[in-house]
Design a protein around this ligand. Structure first.
Ligand code: FAD
Length: 417
């Protein structure tokens, strides 16, 4: 397929620098974006496509083990993918570092903050999600977030500085907000510093604040109960049925079950209370759900209906919510879901790419994504860990730690050869 088949040739005008059009323009180079390149290249008909992938970050820290990265159990070098280099190894793919600020869906043209414009015959939005505390928390800027590459590095550096100092003699207090899987993993890992920690660090006191009455609300009750037991055994102080309503440097204000509010010392507080759509999704001119995610059909097309007919624009990964005839699908917003969706995206792009430009005989039927409601979870809790699938639970600390690192290395090898 020739580059820019029906994308109108190079983009750009008097104000924006021109860039050659790609066959496939992928926005976002995290789990979904880089896996889509991999899935295209696995298939003979996908090997000739010119692929451009844009992201503001050249490297990606491995999110499933971010708690180990923050606490120094995993070093930055061994737990980051050099995404830009992995993409640029492919002679027909290129990585562009840039801040995406807009999309013209009709022209299939993307604008970057520096004025560059990029086009593709196919555009795939894989711009993910962000960790962001809700506006209802006064002073929420004081809370640490740790999802994107720069946030992870900043959070790890701050924790190092805090725990390395002699301080006032008291153990530094770290508060984790949110008792879902990310929150319990981070709290467990921070508590584990009492046992094993980088040289020169002090052990912190760890508090976990969670709005519900039980941890891990989306898991079976026995998984939540075991998690609670393991966290408490490692010294995590649980505040259940409580919410952080305000934050300042050095403290958080917590509202308890009875509505009473108290300021508590917290030398660093981490937001683990849920993700939100990436802000740029506001600027793409694509259909969205009430919560602000990109609304796609089961084929992962942003415009799955006959009218308006823009069949070449897709979205996947955390950014997309699939809305079918029965409403919004309960997809998982997990890394594994991104990999499954990238496979569907590749198949559908290749089905469309096999057609003449403009689809004179109509847009061919595409493959729908398959809903899987659950998958295995490895839940690391500092010195303990669980493998969970629905109500099944295996208590295998050493094995799970080893296996999750093995998965990380296999994941990196997938893209680096
Ligand atoms: C703390 C935490 C722990 C997790 N642990 C697990 C786990 O153990 N197992 C699991 O399966 N899943 C886990 N997840 C979920 C998993 O990480 C996500 O499902 C996955 O990261 C989503 O990938 P994505 O490709 O959709 O986009 P994201 O990973 O969200 O990445 C989006 C990309 O878009 C880029 N971007 C965004 N806006 C712009 C812009 N305007 N311009 C340029 N670039 C932009 C970002 O730089 C980023 O690279 C975890 C998530 C978090 C937050």
């Amino acid at each position: 397929m020739s580059s820019g088949a029906d994308a109108g040739g190079p983009a750009g005008d008097a104000n924006g620098a021109s860039e050659a059009a790609a066959d496939v323009l992928i926005l976002g180079a995290s789990f979904t974006g880089i896996e889509l390149l991999y899935q295209l290249r696995r298939r003979p008909e996908g090997r000739a496509l010119q692929v451009t992938i844009v992201d503001r970050h050249r490297r990606h820290g491995y999110l499933p083990l971010v708690h180990e990265r923050l606490c120094g159990r995993l070093g930055p070098g061994e737990s980051e993918l050099d995404t830009a280099a992995a993409i640029d190894r492919d002679a027909d793919a290129r990585f562009i570092e840039g801040e995406i600020v807009g999309l013209d869906p009709e022209a299939k043209e993307v604008s970057l903050a520096d004025g560059r414009r990029l086009r593709g015959r196919f555009v795939v939005v894989a711009l993910g999600s962000i960790l962001e505390p809700p506006a209802a928390i006064a002073g929420r800027e004081a809370l640490a977030i740790y999802k994107l590459a720069d946030e992870q590095r900043a959070a790890a550096g701050e924790l190092d500085a805090l725990l390395r100092g002699d301080g006032d003699g008291d153990a530094p207090v770290l508060t984790v907000i949110g008792g879902g899987i990310s929150g319990v993993e981070l709290a467990g890992e921070l508590a584990h510093l009492a046992k094993t920690r980088p040289e020169g660090w002090r052990a912190p006191r760890v508090v976990l604040v969670h709005g519900g009455e039980r941890l891990l609300p989306t898991f079976a009750a026995r998984v939540a109960a075991r998690t609670r037991r393991y966290l408490e055994a490692q010294g995590v102080e649980l505040r259940l049925g409580a919410r952080v309503v305000a934050a300042e440097e050095g403290r958080v204000r917590v509202r308890g079950r009875d509505g009473e509010e108290v300021w508590l010392r917290s030398d660093r507080s981490y937001w683990s209370g849920g993700i939100r759509p990436a802000p740029v999704l506001d600027a793409l001119g694509l259909p969205r759900t009430a919560a602000g995610w990109l609304e796609v059909g089961p084929t992962l097309q942003c415009f799955p209906t006959a009218r308006p007919s823009l069949p070449d624009i897709f979205a996947g990964g955390d950014a997309a919510r699939i809305v079918g005839a029965d409403g919004e699908w309960p997809t998982m917003q997990r890394a594994i879901e991104c990999l499954w969706q990238a496979d569907v995206l590749a198949r559908n792009i290749l089905a469309l790419a096999a057609e003449p430009a403009g689809y004179p005989s109509g847009v061919p039927p595409l493959e729908p994504h398959r809903l899987r409601r659950d998958f295995f979870h490895g839940i690391s809790l500092g010195g303990r860990s669980l493998v969970v699938y629905g109500p099944l639970m295996l208590d295998v600390a050493g094995l799970n730690t080893w296996f999750r690192r093995f998965l990380m290395r296999s994941y990196f090898r997938r893209y680096t050869g």
